[in-house]
Design a protein around this ligand. Sequence first.
Ligand code: ADP
Ligand code: MG
Length: 253
Amino acid sequence: MSLVASGVTRHYLRHRKSHTALSGIDLDIAPGARMALVGESGSGKTTLLKTLLALDRPDSGTVTLDGTPVAPGSARSLRWFRRRVQYIPQDPATSLDPRKSVVDLVATPLRLLGSEGDHRALARNALAAVGLNERFLQRRPSELSGGQNQRVAIARAVACEPEYLLADEPVSGLDLDLREQVLDVLGELSTRTSTALLVVSHDLSVAARLCSDISVMCDGSIVESGSIAAVLTNPSHPHTRALLDAVPRLRSN
Ligand code: ADP
Ligand code: MG
């Protein structure tokens, strides 16, 4: 019972040449797992998340949830999957419907997914938890800053109380105070509802704060994985060592 990628491969055409974005990825996210996914820019993290979310179709390999294969399809056919697996995109501003108000952006998925309860009240609670109060409820995405849109996207995913939450650099656009607040929201969700987290972050301190396990990507492959404590104290792959060297504070702790 878990969200699993098996042998997932994805190529893109670039200058008429095939470029391998994912190269035979195997990844098993167990219920309640808290896994960080790190790796330099272009290593395939976003492509892997999109594949796990059935937003992108692999060239070969499969993604399964509790053994049932999932692949991009109609919203209706994926509804059961979306109820259980949610996403915080890397670039929330472009993924939010510009015509909708903040409160509708969060309440609409709850309605479409058939969540129980008062959808607008649930949306207001989720928005308050990420520091967006009543003043923001009727605004459109274009009237918000990048960090505010990011928090709308986080509230939207968290409000659904998914079993799996895949977050792509969830706090990268936020200043320090908000970053703490949002990390608390994600940690609290994971603890309260046993939501599994897969968190992409270039910041290893975010990974260490939220997650217990880590997978390191390099050139479309997972080159190292294990408990954060073990990987950070004794990295085996040169790429992991290079990432660690970029964060001297963690290394000396
Ligand atoms: P990361 O999130 O780790 O920075 P990505 O998954 O975004 O990496 O990208 C992995 C590789 O695939 C990169 O070389 C990127 O240029 C390429 N890539 C990603 N999306 C596309 C696309 N839609 N078309 C062409 N190439 C892409
Ligand atoms: Mg990315």
